[in-house]
Ligand binder design. Structure first.
Ligand SMILES: CC(C)(COP(=O)(O)OP(=O)(O)OC[C@H]1O[C@@H](n2cnc3c(N)ncnc32)[C@H](O)[C@@H]1OP(=O)(O)O)[C@@H](O)C(=O)NCCC(=O)NCCS
Length: 218
């Protein structure tokens, strides 16, 4: 089976205009950004993300209950440090010594789509899973979710359809030195990218303080 994410032994290349997408691991201090991100998803996107109608209260509850010590949450920030894409890698409980598995859920705001962010979040989650001794990465979504199905199939996932739902699986080989280096390099690049964006933002704010904010940016 062609399995791009699982079989890559050298650092992979999710690109936006030839740049590696900087994916950061998020922590409890990002809860508000995560909440704002999810609340910005429209009704249909929420249905695609969570598999059902998802009102604001349910999103609030979901974000409150995110366990950053147990699961891994990843994010991509735009130039204004807005969380434009996020993925939740939830570790599933192991039963009777079965292989460890994790479920992947992802969302990218409409303005960030089609630029490789979803692919980069899936790539990072797959590498993190390998480095965390996860053997199966799993995505549950609606069968008519064309974009997610395309992402899953592009990553070499095996897809099974039943009653309007789809389950995609990716069998992951164990970690190796390349996967450890790949994840560390992406994390460092993401920290560096975030620091640069933060400095630009602060510099802009300082200029606006001196010169007055341009009318269009208000
Ligand atoms: C699924 C989602 C995360 C994809 O994010 P993204 O940043 O646009 O993903 P990428 O840019 O990496 O890749 C999207 C791919 O899907 C393809 N695609 C988009 N819409 C498509 C459609 N209707 N049919 C087929 N392919 C489609 C794009 O062409 C692109 O393919 P390519 O990389 O081969 O060119 C985003 O659409 C989203 O947030 N949807 C709502 C929430 C959701 O469905 N989550 C998944 C369930 S957990």
């Amino acid at each position: 089976m062609h399995n791009k994410l699982a079989n890559s032994h050298s650092p992979s290349k999710p690109y936006i205009a030839r740049l590696v997408v900087p994916v950061r691991e998020l922590h409890a201090g990002h809860r508000l950004e995560i909440l704002n991100h999810l609340l910005q998803l429209g009704e249909e996107d929420r249905r695609l993300r969570f598999g059902t109608q998802t009102p604001d209260e349910v999103i609030n509850h979901y974000v409150e209950r995110l366990d950053f010590n147990r699961d891994a949450i990843f994010g991509v920030f735009d130039a204004d440090l807005k969380l434009v894409g996020m993925a939740h890698l939830a570790y599933l409980p192991t039963i009777n010594g079965q292989a460890r598995s994790a479920e992947f859920g992802v969302s990218v705001l409409p303005e960030g789509r089609g630029q490789g962010l979803g692919t980069a979040l899936l790539q990072r989650s797959a590498v993190h899973s390998r480095n965390s001794n996860i053997q199966t990465l799993y995505v549950h979504c609606l069968a008519n979710n064309k974009a997610m199905m395309h992402l899953a199939q592009k990553a070499g996932m095996k897809v099974e359809y039943a009653y309007g739902d789809a389950d995609a699986y990716l069998k992951l080989p164990p970690a190796n030195p390349a996967t450890i280096v790949e994840e560390a390099a992406n994390e460092q690049w993401a920290d560096f990218d975030y620091a640069i964006k933060e400095n630009f933002k602060l510099a802009h704010q300082a200029w606006w303080w001196f010169l007055g904010k341009p009318a269009l940016a208000r």
